[in-house]
Design a protein around this ligand. Structure first.
Ligand code: CA
Length: 229
């Protein structure tokens, strides 16, 4: 997933970037509210992690500006332990959830899964189209065989991120640019044919027919129940 982190505490910021990157997420970290002002319009983030006390523009103001401009990206507020009124104001102001500092990365990641799943309409940590199943919590990926048995596959971090992006929108064609946006952050160097290469290695692992190329448009995985691939 592509995640925006707006946090001016360097220790927290570094820890969150490190933890989320390890879980195959692409994270853009901004430390100033002013810099974050238009970020959700520039990139279609899957989730935003928002500190409240920020230089430039404070978190609550950012959130209300975004919501007024119909930015629907799920927002999780990172708040101080004694900030009960902040939490209430944040939720009333359009935040989807909050975590109290100091927090465990595992808790933050569970909350990210929960708010992004709510948006996608899912009910547990698994994304599936009936054949390919990816568990966002355990990171297990399986392919269902014709006889109904499951074959586990081991993916690299980028392969996992790319398959996750496709399985979050089964049936939808994702362009190379939109896939790049999902799996790379601003700081990543992107080779010109990186997405094609990841698709190539991913297909070798899950079966070439599982990831359809729509010529000139991009790639997709089939929707659940839409018949043989
Ligand atoms: Ca702060």
């Amino acid at each position: 997933m592509r995640i925006l982190l707006v946090e001016d505490d360097v220790m927290i910021g570094e820890a969150v970037v490190k933890g989320l990157s390890r879980a195959s997420h692409a994270v853009d970290w901004l430390q100033d509210g002013e810099d974050a002002r238009h970020a959700p319009e520039d990139v279609a983030y899957d989730c935003i992690l928002l500190d409240l006390g920020l230089p430039g523009i404070d978190g609550s103001t950012l959130l209300s500006l975004w919501r007024r401009e119909k930015v629907t990206t799920p927002v999780i507020i990172l708040t101080a332990r004694d900030g009960l009124s902040d939490r209430v104001a944040g939720l009333d102001g359009g935040a989807d959830d909050y975590v109290v500092k100091p927090f465990e990365l595992s808790e933050l990641m569970a909350r990210i899964r929960a708010v992004t799943r709510r948006q996608g309409g899912g009910s547990d940590s698994r994304l599936s189209n009936g054949v390919l199943t990816l568990d966002q919590a355990t990171r297990e990926v399986t392919v269902k065989n014709a006889d109904g048995s499951l074959t586990p596959v081991t993916l690299t971090s980028r392969e996992f991120a790319l398959l996750e992006a496709l399985l979050m929108r089964p049936g939808a064609v994702l362009s190379r640019e939109s896939l790049e946006n999902r799996i790379y952050s601003f700081d990543d160097e992107i080779e010109s044919n990186a997405v094609e290469y990841i698709i190539h290695t991913l297909r070798k692992k899950v079966g070439a027919e599982q990831i359809k190329n729509v010529r000139g448009a991009g790639w997709k995985v089939q929707k659940a129940g839409s018949g043989a691939l």
